[in-house]
Design a binder for this molecule. Sequence first.
Ligand code: PAF
Length: 291
Amino acid sequence: MTTPARTGAPTLARTRDQLDQALVPARRAVVMTMGALHAGHLALVREARARAEQVVVTIFVNPLQFGAGEDLDRYPRDLDGDLALLTAADLLGEGDVVFAPTPEVVYPDGDPVVRVSAGVIGTVHEGAVRPGHLDGVLTVVLKLLHLTGPDVALFGRKDVQQLVAVTRMVRDLDVPVEVVGVPTVRDADGLALSSRNAYLSDDERVRALALSRSLAAGRDAAAAGGTPDDVRAATRAVLDAAGVETDDLALVDPTTFADLDGRPAGGTAVLAVAGRVGATRLIDNSDVRWA
Ligand code: PAF
């Protein structure tokens, strides 16, 4: 089935008032991003389009989720490029909204005194390497959910710990929204799309392929009947051989992010890796199944 071309352009809202005026009483989906959009984000917007009449895409580099010394200042920002990509993809039209606020609009009183805690999910793995990161994510996600009032919110499975934390927040705090995880989009050679791939030199990009290869090695080890430790060892061996400086390697329960000692009760676990290729920190993950 071919989809008819969309008419008109989405409303660009820079303030809360502009956003309020653009929201209409219709089934609404939100895709939250930090900009530097790529095909992975478009997959989220496509899924949003299929699930709602009004689609809101937020573009906001959230200072609260960056730690000291992280890449907040050099994080790529290109609102015009993002709008051009969204227009070219023909996924948004009249009635849809791109909300691109400044930090002053999102945090009018400066850094919030009261924040959301990701609890134990925020202290393990990505949370241990980036203390406070997931609390900063959940705080802005909850604010953006309040501001945009969606029926459904789409998040990429690439940031799997973030997805688990958001899902848990919505459940634990009775936030009236459906959270949907969308599969990771990859280049043909397996590299997971990420805004941070823009930092990689040609050589580093080749080395970065070790992340997806390491996950394949982990999957193979599980399929061959290996223990969780066998899976971790097979994964790490590929990263080490490629000279990736591994920050984190998690083989965890898919709903709690708790480390696995034995085979998972449901037969499926999440294998997640994070590592530095040159100065760039990349993450990737995959489901791992035991027969
Ligand atoms: O995944 C991201 O891009 C960010 O963490 C999010 C969800 C937009 C919150 O700032």
